[in-house]
Design a protein around this ligand. Structure first.
Ligand SMILES: C[S@@+](CC[C@H](N)C(=O)[O-])C[C@H]1O[C@@H](n2cnc3c(N)ncnc32)[C@H](O)[C@@H]1O
Length: 260
């Protein structure tokens, strides 16, 4: 699947999953063509404000409501301005498309600020933009005289035509899950949400998440019977994700063995 000469030095894995430690921009170039059935990812949004001094704050300052002593590790790649971010998105989206099979779906998480840019980047990279699903977070800070910022979005598309005959049923357009309690990652997505989202992929297919964070997509994919490949650049999160996926899947296997 990966060109051996470009394999990153460090990787972890188990039955049905691999996590690669490194820069997605480089690693996606090393995949062979036509190896993925879906891309499902939550890239760094480089959001958190409209002005440079707001965007350039740390990821905890931007995305966490915890007191300082409960800050989680900071993550890389979140301080680009709008133009650089959009260009960077288009670059990896273009390379990753070459590694995907014809018709493969792609799902990209995003917030309201970057929503206009992400659909541009997706289409510049040659994907067909097909729509937007909504993650309703249920809880959010009330804002006097304003709508609550209660949702994030899943901008989705496909690598060329996407036949209706794919063996995938009807999926909802709105997903209602609160943010996870006891997060490992500053912007961790709910596992139950990701278990719903991965179902856009054909049963048993191979899913790529180039921005794995704490490994939620990879874990959800394996739990739903898919193969999964994740990439993560931040050292702390690479380690946390590898450990989380391995421990959770081992515990599930153990529980199944005890039932028999
Ligand atoms: C929004 S977070 C993903 C969170 C994940 N969905 C979860 O539930 O834990 C984005 C992740 O992408 C990683 N990242 C940023 N730039 C990267 C790059 N160039 N290559 C690989 N990973 C990168 C960050 O370190 C961060 O952990």
């Amino acid at each position: 699947m990966v060109n051996e000469t470009m394999l990153p030095l460090e990787h972890s894995g188990g039955a049905g999953w691999v996590l690669l430690h490194g820069d997605a921009l480089q690693i996606v170039k090393a995949f062979e063509p036509n190896v993925f059935d879906a891309v499902i990812t939550d890239p760094p949004y480089a959001s958190g404000g409209a002005k440079p001094h707001e965007k350039n704050r740390t990821t905890n300052q931007k995305y966490s409501s915890m007191p300082k002593e409960r800050f989680l590790p900071e993550f890389d790649g979140d301080q680009k301005d709008q133009r650089s971010w959009t260009r960077w998105m288009a670059a990896w989206l273009s390379d990753v498309r070459k590694a995907c099979k014809p018709g493969a779906p792609i799902c990209l998480f995003i917030d309201w600020r970057q929503y206009p840019s992400i659909s541009d980047a997706l289409q510049w990279a040659g994907w067909i933009w097909r729509g937007v699903a909504v993650w309703d977070k249920i809880n959010s800070r009330p804002q006097k005289g304003r709508f609550r910022q209660q949702s994030e979005y899943i901008v989705w598309g496909s690598n060329g035509p996407m036949p209706i005959s794919r063996p995938v049923g009807c999926l909802p357009g709105v997903f209602r899950y609160p943010n996870p309690q006891n997060r490992l990652h500053v912007t961790e997505k709910p596992l139950a949400l990701m278990r719903d989202i991965v179902k856009i992929c054909e049963p048993g297919g191979r899913i790529l998440d180039p921005f794995a964070g704490a490994g939620t997509t990879v874990l959800a994919a394996v739990q739903e019977g898919y193969e999964a490949v994740g990439i993560e650049v931040t050292d702390a999160y690479y380690g946390l994700a590898a450990e989380r996926i391995r421990c959770t899947l081992e515990a599930e296997l153990q529980q199944e063995a005890e039932k028999e």
